[in-house]
Ligand binder design. Structure first.
Ligand code: HEM
Ligand code: MTE
Ligand code: MO
Length: 361
């Protein structure tokens, strides 16, 4: 037998019963959306398994969509089968293919932009709309799996086989990227691609959602340190001499990273000057736009509030006059245009919402 048809036989031997195919697609799509979103909070290499799980589970969708299409193709191609819900099915299919194509394209290093969206951001968009689409699509033809769909051994083997298939596709893809030396081989474990050089011009200006304040005049600006402190402080720009430096990696969820040397003041020095109380537990950094993020106080002490990058004054776009440098955190946590430091006894769950809506008037 030719190896090609043997592979095809193996793939069809792994096909779950039709109802399970539909529910497996939903399970994979939900897993992808959740693992994708959680991956946005991961910035240190111990988190790599989540990215691998996302890639491998994502690639199994190729098999599942193949099984599904082989079964329902005639309902799309033969107009006597068209129903009002057919349009929804087609849109769902397009979103699934879009999520797969953009994910795979990104991994190969395709670096096109749609307006100011990177291909990775487009991928996230497809992934997020896919969840409600698949749910709606399933409810138009709601069929729960029955006992007959499950065979204790066979079902387990099939799903293990599908995951192995996803892992194999992932290996093959990594191999191809290396042989063809695509730009994708340069990705960090988070999927981000490097931006090299030093200083303001070396990396892009990025807003997470809608933040876009007017440029800040450092003479009219001050930094206040308040909350759970004995001596609240207000410091002018001239009182913040860039006495500390650190090298830190900024990794944005839109898919790029850069390593820069940042100059500024150590947050620990500010907390000591303001005499943070003993039971203070978090430090919150607040932007002129309201955008904010908190760090546990021990971590915050080591963080930097930077006035300079690569010895240049921070440009407005990069958060001048002052921005947070939070090593080991994803870019969206590096608050720009900081004007307030709140020392607090509790964390700040609302920050997750505030970072999404700040900047909308
Ligand atoms: C729900 C549908 C989704 C599907 C089917 C999907 C599938 C995929 C696939 C197939 C890849 C490429 C894996 C490879 O070729 O090795 C990928 C990469 C990626 N996805 Fe998704 N994804 C989905 C949603 C999301 C969401 C919602 C996010 C983030 C919020 C996300 C974040 C990422 C990231 C960061 C990568 C790049 C990883 C790398 O460069 O290695 N995905 N995804
Ligand atoms: N106030 C504020 N700070 C912010 C953002 C924002 O939208 N508003 N974007 C964040 C995101 S998503 C990233 S990746 C970094 C980008 O920093 P840069 O524009 O200097 O590259 O800033 C972070 N700090
Ligand atoms: Mo970002």
């Amino acid at each position: 037998m030719r190896p090609q048809s043997r592979a095809r036989d193996l793939v069809s031997a792994l096909r779950p019963p039709p109802r399970l195919v539909d529910w497996s697609i939903l399970a994979v799509v939900v897993f992808e959306a959740v693992s994708g979103l959680v991956s946005f909070t991961i910035a240190t290499p111990e988190g790599w398994p989540l990215f691998w799980a996302h890639r491998i589970a994502g690639l199994t969708l190729i098999f599942l969509l193949g099984y599904k299409l082989a079964r329902v193709r005639h309902r799309l191609t033969d107009s006597t089968h068209w129903r009002p819900t057919t349009a929804l099915s087609v849109v769902t299919l397009l979103a699934a293919v879009g999520a797969l194509a953009t994910g795979i394209g990104w991994v190969a290093g395709v670096d096109v932009r749609l307006a100011y969206w990177t291909l990775l951001s487009v991928h996230v968009g497809f992934g997020l709309v896919l969840v409600p689409l698949v749910v709606a699509h399933l409810t138009t033809r709601f069929r729960l799996p029955t006992r007959r769909d499950f065979h204790r051994r066979r079902t387990t083997i099939k799903y293990a086989g599908l995951l192995a298939g996803g892992a194999l596709l992932f290996r093959a893809q990594t191999f191809l990227n290396e042989v063809l030396d695509t730009p994708g081989t340069d990705r960090r474990f988070t999927g981000s691609q490097p931006r090299s050089g030093d200083g303001n011009e070396a990396f892009p200006v990025t807003s997470w959602v809608a933040d876009d304040p007017e440029p800040i005049d450092p003479e009219a600006w001050s930094l206040s340190i308040r909350g759970a402190v004995e001596t609240p402080l207000s410091l002018s720009y001239d009182q913040l001499s860039p006495e500390s430096e650190c090298e830190a990696l900024l990794d944005c969820t839109s898919g790029w990273y850069t390593v820069q040397r940042w100059q500024g003041v150590r947050v620990g020095a500010l907390l000591d000057a303001a005499a943070a109380v003993d039971d203070a537990a978090y430090v919150r950094f607040v932007s002129v736009t309201g955008y904010r993020w908190s760090l546990p106080i021990e971590e915050a002490r080591e963080a930097l509030l930077a006035t300079h990058v690569g010895e240049e004054r921070l440009s407005h776009g990069h958060g001048g006059p002052l921005r947070l440098i939070a090593p080991g955190r994803r870019g969206f946590q590096w608050v720009k245009w900081v004007e307030r430091v709140d020392v607090r006894r509790r964390g700040d769950p609302a920050q997750w919402i505030v970072t999404l809506v700040s900047g909308f008037d």
